[in-house]
Structures are given as structure tokens and as C-alpha cells.
Design a protein around this ligand. Structure first.
Ligand code: GCW
Length: 672
């Protein structure tokens, strides 16, 4: 564990005395025993101390004089369960929650307004989350995988939750919960979805005490505990010979194991399952379907109100590169779509945003909006596995918004991904939601890079209020974390809002993906995946590149609802930024920009590096305007990013130059 760590966006730096100051004199709350309300009171105290050097007093009755913040639970509030209102009258800011958690969210809202220097006078706000479940899946493990414990390449470094084969619950865990609650995250799985060794025992008495301590802490911040489980547990830890979902002893084992777990650990929201995926066992091993598998767990936990988050990342990971028939992009749809209506009501399918694996640009997964009778949840990745590790700034919120705004045309009507996973299209709000692979770890900056915290922050804010713009979110993060100095806001806004496009420029062109190294998924390796077993081939030769996924090729396009199907199936209407995902193109194919594919690749790789040069300059201009230690850490990161973007530029450009023998039209340096 890192000894000291930053406060990220909850630093509550001096906000300067303002009209807001007065309100922070007293906190009126009828019940300071409730753990959630207690946390709200503590948070306001911390905020008032940091921002105004005040120590507000708690009071059970209205103070005689002076400003105050009142916290109240009001079950009649006309909002969803986690909703709240904020109203300012005269000398009082009244925060009302339908339940205690709404009060806590409201308190964080007020603190955010104060920290971003907005007035608390005259407020009349009503809020409720856009999605019922706003989740994180940590991919932490009991012992960090050595190969990934690399501070440059991956945020999968040390774990927030595990150390020396044990489970951690300490002050830092509490601070993490504060951060999550401050942006409305309400559920969290600690362990990686690949569950082996010690992690199998998270269902067993061995860890009840630790799990109980954690889930109780989580609960006081409105966070439900999720547990990742291994489908083969009945064999691996249960002493049975089979994990067949139709076997009665297997069913009984799950029921008993879950009954005991629920009796000992409170606040379990559900279970995350990766099955039949990348070597992990699953129902296919017994000739059963994914629905048989999911329903097995669902039935065992139904009496406890639990949910199964069943992942759709099921594909053949032992493909032969010589096989040109199998298209991995189709596997999610092919394995799950025929099962629509076969899943129990407490099963939610957890579907990655794209059909492959968190590449910087992918089309939206075709399962969204095509399963009318099934609860669907969207899975993003905050962990920058493919998007620059702990080195490259790549702010993902603009991408997340694009995905949420994508029109699936479910039911033949306008229905965005946000509608589908928000429970508006087919199913109910209660089983709706979004999850992301988490990016925080044991590093002193939380995410291995101070600016990466903006991804975690932005994710939570966006899920709570999907109508926020990327710019609004970015601005709040900047001011809460650093400063409202115009130069700081301007430069960082530019960096955040353009960083994804910049990364895409030097990472992989036109939706191609997979030009990276294997395992760490960091750094250029244009042929590394080409002859491997993962089904992710670009098949570049001397004249063309890409896979034809149209109706003339692998027919992936047919998995979409109309009119998306036709749009992608026609090269003239297919979005340009996805052309190499959907088509095999000659290098001299001319894009709408007037450039051919090869020149586009060269140009974007040169531009990407130039963009990072600008980022570095913009950051350098902030010296003296942001805390010095923060400044230095980030400056070093930008230097590393610049060097590494050059590596991307030169390796990718040389790769294509060697393939084609065609020089850059601009005469720039491409190595032979
Ligand atoms: O991107 C891949 C990762 C695996 C991961 C898998 C998944 C946790 O490289 O490490 O396994 O996706 O999503 O299951």
C-alpha cells in the first residue's frame, strides 16, 4: 500500500470566503446515529474545514442564529429511491433525501457547488440518478500479476483491496468510498472476474469477517457489494465432481453456499460472472447454455434479492489465424441473442461497449437494443488497459457519451443505448445500469496518474446525470481538483476534451484496433496479435488491410437493427472512423477527407505526436498555478507520453511503409 495518497477531487482546498461560508456554521440533523447520515455530517465538516477553516457544530434543533445546513430524510419525496432535493431559503440550505443515501448525495452536491465556487443562495434542485446501478468492477487480485505490475503500462498495479493474500479494509478504503459516493457510484466488485485461488474463498467462511467489515463500510456510503465468482466453484472448492447447472447436487451446493454467505455478510448486491471465457469454465463445459448457467446462480440468490451480472464476453480464444471464417466480433451476439427471454428476472447481461475488447474505437455492441426480453447492462473500461496505461492522458467521457447516445433503433424506434440500459426501452429501471472496469489502485495518485482520476470522476458524474456535457464534467473536475484560474481551466479543458482523439491518432486508425502488444496491451506491436489465438487479426498485406464484416464478408453487420445494418453495410454511409473495422480496404482507397488510407495513417500518426507536444506546452504554462508536486508529476507523465507517442508513430508508420513501399506524401521522416 502507498503510505500517503492524494485527496484527488475531494481535496477541499481553500475556496475563499464567500456568501456560501455562512451556511457552514451549523449542521442540523435529527439523527446522527445512522451511518449514512453520519458520513454526510462528517463530510460537510471536512469540507467546511478545508474550504473555510470552519468547524461546524452538529445540532438537533434549529440554531438561534447564523446559517446552517439541514439534513432530512423525507420518504414522500417525489424522486427515485436515491433521489434528493436541495433548497435554500433565507439562512438555511435544506438537503432532503428520499432515503439516507439521497441526503449523502445531496451533501456531496452542495460541497461540490461550494468547491467549484458556485453560489448556494436560492437553490432549488431536484436530482435522481439516470441509471439505477452505477457500478465498478475492480480487476484487483490477491497477488498482483507480476507481468502487469508495471507502472508505465498498466493501472493493474497494486490492489486497493488485497495484500499478502488477505483483504484490506482501512482508512484508505474509507476515503475511496467517499470518492465513489461523491460521484454516485453505488456498487463495487473488488476482485477480478477471473476468480482463482484465494479469490474462490470469498464465498466461504474464511473471509466472512473481512467481507462483513467491508460491506458494512460500503453500505454507509450507499455502495452495494458485488462478488466475482467462478462458475466451477462446486468443483474447485465444493468437493463435487461437476459444476453442471442441471445437476441437483450442484444446485443444492450453490443454494447452501449463498444462504450461508448472505447470513454472514450484509449488503450484497449481486455476483459478477465471467464464464466460458478465456479459459474460465462455464456451462458450455457441460453442454448447457449461458442461460442455464446464469439461472443456476440466479435461483440460488433469488430469496436474498440478489442479482447476477452475467458477462457476455464469450468467444473462441483459441482461434487459428489461418481460419478466416470465424469472426470474433460476432461471438457475443451469436452466443446470447438466441437466448432472449430465457434468463431469469434477476439476471442482467453485462455487455462490453463494443464487440471486441475496449479498443479506442469500436462500433457499439450489436446486443444493445436487440434483446427485448432481457435486462442489459453496459460495461465500459476505465482502467486504461488499451488506452495508454498509467502514462497517456486519454479522457474517456466523450467516448462514453457517444456510446450512450448511439441509436439502437430498438423496437423500430429511436432508442439510444442509454434508453436501453436505463431501463426505458424494454425492461424496468430497477434492473438497469452501467458498470466499468475500475482504474483506481494502490498508487499514491489513486489511478497511477493524477489526471486519470478525471476518468473515474467523470464516469460517476455521467451515470448520475447522463444529460451533463463532457465539458461541464471536465470543468468541475478541474476546479474541484486544482483551481478555477482561467488558464488552468482553459488548458486542461483542451487537454481533456481532445485527448481521446489524440490517442486514437497514434494508436490504431479507422477502428482497426489491436496494433498493440499482447498481455500488457501497452505500446505498439502491429503484428503481435496477427498470428496468435485471440481472433483479432487485421490481415495487412502489401495492398490492403482490414476484415470485411459486411453482408458480403463475415456478415457481422446483419446483427444490427435497421437502419444501422444498412448504414454499416454500405461503404458510403459507414462512419469514416470505423471504416477499417467494417471493411477490407486497399491502401489507395480514398476517404471522404480526400486522403487515401495509407496517407491517413501517416498523417494521423504525425499529428498525434504534435498534439502531445501541445499538451506538454499547455501543461508547462501552468507552473505556479497548480500545486508544485502535482505539476511535476504530471509534467513527467507528459514527457513520457510524448516519447511514447513517437514510438507509436514511428513503429506504425514504418510498419505500413515496409508493407507498401509507398512514401509519405509530405516527405516526412519514416524509418526504413
Ligand atoms: O481485455 C481482456 C483482459 C483480460 C480480462 C478480459 C475480460 C479480466 O486482457 O485480463 O480479464 O478482457 O474482460 O474478461
Amino acid at each position: 500500500m502507498a503510505e500517503a495518497y492524494t485527496r484527488a477531487w475531494l481535496n477541499y482546498g481553500p475556496a475563499g470566503r464567500s456568501e456560501n461560508t455562512e451556511y457552514f456554521r451549523t449542521i442540523l440533523c435529527g439523527n446522527q446515529e445512522n451511518p449514512v447520515l453520519k458520513n454526510a455530517i462528517e463530510e460537510i465538516k471536512t469540507g467546511a474545514g478545508g474550504m473555510y477553516s470552519l468547524s461546524p457544530q452538529w445540532a438537533a434543533a434549529k440554531p438561534e442564529k447564523g446559517g446552517y445546513i439541514e439534513l432530512a430524510v423525507n420518504a414522500d419525496l417525489d424522486t427515485a429511491e436515491e433521489g434528493y432535493t436541495i433548497k435554500t431559503d433565507d439562512r438555511r440550505v435544506l438537503i432532503s433525501g428520499k432515503r439516507e443515501i439521497g441526503v449523502l448525495y445531496g451533501a456531496f452536491h452542495v460541497l461540490r457547488l461550494a468547491a467549484t465556487k458556485k453560489s448556494l443562495a436560492g437553490l432549488d434542485i431536484k436530482k435522481q440518478p439516470s441509471f439505477r446501478w452505477r457500478l465498478l468492477n475492480h480487476w484487483d487480485t490477491f497477488a498482483p500479476p507480476a507481468i502487469r505490475d508495471n507502472s508505465d503500462s498498466s493501472a493493474l498495479a497494486g490492489s486497493l483491496f488485497f495484500e499478502n493474500h488477505g483483504i484490506i479494509c482501512n482508512d484508505r478504503t474509507r476515503d475511496y468510498c467517499r470518492m465513489l459516493a461523491s460521484v454516485g457510484i453505488n456498487g463495487l466488485a473488488m476482485h477480478n472476474v477471473n476468480v482463482y485461488n484465494d479469490a474462490l474463498d470469498m464465498l466461504l467462511p474464511r473471509f466472512y469477517a473481512e467481507m462483513r467489515a467491508l460491506s458494512t463500510l460500503f453500505e454507509s456510503y450507499g455502495i452495494g457489494m458485488l462478488i466475482s465468482l467462478n462458475f466451477a466453484s462446486p468443483v474447485l472448492i465444493g468437493g463435487l465432481e461437476t459444476a453442471d447447472p442441471r445437476n441437483e447436487r450442484v444446485q443444492a451446493w450453490w443454494k447452501e453456499t449463498m444462504d450461508r454467505l448472505y447470513a454472514n455478510v450484509p449488503n450484497i448486491a449481486g455476483f459478477v460472472v465471467k464464464a466460458d471465457s478465456e479459459g474460465v469454465q462455464g456451462p458450455f463445459d457441460y453442454g448447457r447454455t449461458q442461460a442455464d448457467g446464469a439461472n443456476l446462480i440466479a435461483r440460488a440468490i433469488k430469496p436474498h434479492g440478489g442479482l447476477v451480472f452475467w458477462r457476455c464476453f464469450v468467444y473462441n480464444s483459441t482461434q487459428d489465424w489461418r481460419d478466416t471464417e470465424t469472426d470474433r466480433a460476432k461471438s457475443g451476439f451469436d452466443n446470447f441473442h438466441p437466448l432472449d427471454g430465457k434468463f431469469d428476472d434477476n439476471v442482467i447481461l453485462q455487455i462490453k461497449n463494443g464487440p471486441q475488447d475496449f479498443q479506442i474505437r469500436e462500433p457499439v455492441h450489436p446486443l444493445f437494443g436487440t434483446m427485448e426480453h432481457t435486462h442489459e447492462m453496459l460495461e465500459f473500461q476505465l482502467l486504461q488497459e488499451y488506452t495508454g496505461g498509467a502514462t497517456h492522458v486519454c479522457w474517456l467521457i466523450p467516448e462514453f457519451k457517444e456510446v450512450l447516445d448511439f441509436n439502437t433503433y430498438a423496437l423500430g424506434k429511436d432508442n439510444t443505448v442509454a434508453d436501453v440500459v436505463g431501463g426505458k426501452t424494454f425492461k424496468d429501471y430497477e434492473k438497469s445500469g452501467v458498470v466499468a472496469v475500475a482504474n483506481a489502485n494502490s498508487s499514491s495518485t489513486w489511478c497511477g496518474h493524477d489526471i486519470h482520476c478525471a476518468n473515474l470522476y467523470g464516469y460517476g458524474r455521467l451515470l448520475f446525470d447522463a444529460s451533463l456535457t463532457a465539458e461541464e464534467i471536465a470543468r468541475d473536475w478541474i476546479v474541484q481538483t486544482l483551481s478555477d484560474h482561467p488558464q488552468v481551466v482553459k488548458n486542461l479543458l483542451h487537454i481533456l476534451l481532445t485527448s481521446r482523439t489524440t490517442y486514437e491518432k497514434y494508436n490504431a486508425p479507422l477502428g482497426l484496433g489491436w496494433l498493440c502488444n499482447n498481455v500488457v496491451h501497452y505500446g505498439p506491436g502491429p503484428d503481435v496479435y496477427e498470428y496468435d489465438r485471440w481472433g483479432t487479426y487485421h490481415r495487412a498485406n502489401w495492398e490492403a488491410i482490414g476484415i470485411d464484416r459486411t453482408s458480403r464478408g463475415t456478415a457481422y453487420t446483419l446483427e444490427y437493427n435497421e437502419p444501422n445494418r444498412s448504414t454499416f453495410d454500405n461503404i458510403d454511409t459507414c462512419p469514416q472512423e470505423l471504416l477499417l473495422f467494417f471493411y477490407r480496404l486497399r491502401y489507395d482507397y480514398v476517404l471522404k477527407s480526400g486522403k487515401n488510407v495509407l496517407q491517413h495513417i501517416y498523417d494521423t500518426h504525425f499529428e498525434g505526436v504534435e498534439d502531445v507536444e501541445v499538451f506538454l506546452k499547455e501543461w508547462d504554462a501552468l507552473e505556479g498555478l497548480v500545486p508544485e508536486d502535482f505539476f511535476k508529476r504530471v509534467q513527467q507523465k507528459f514527457k513520457n507520453q510524448l516519447a511514447h507517442s513517437k514510438e507509436w508513430r514511428d513503429i506504425i508508420n514504418t510498419y505500413f511503409y515496409r508493407r507498401t513501399g509507398i512514401k509519405d506524401a509530405g516527405g516526412r521522416k519514416i524509418y526504413d
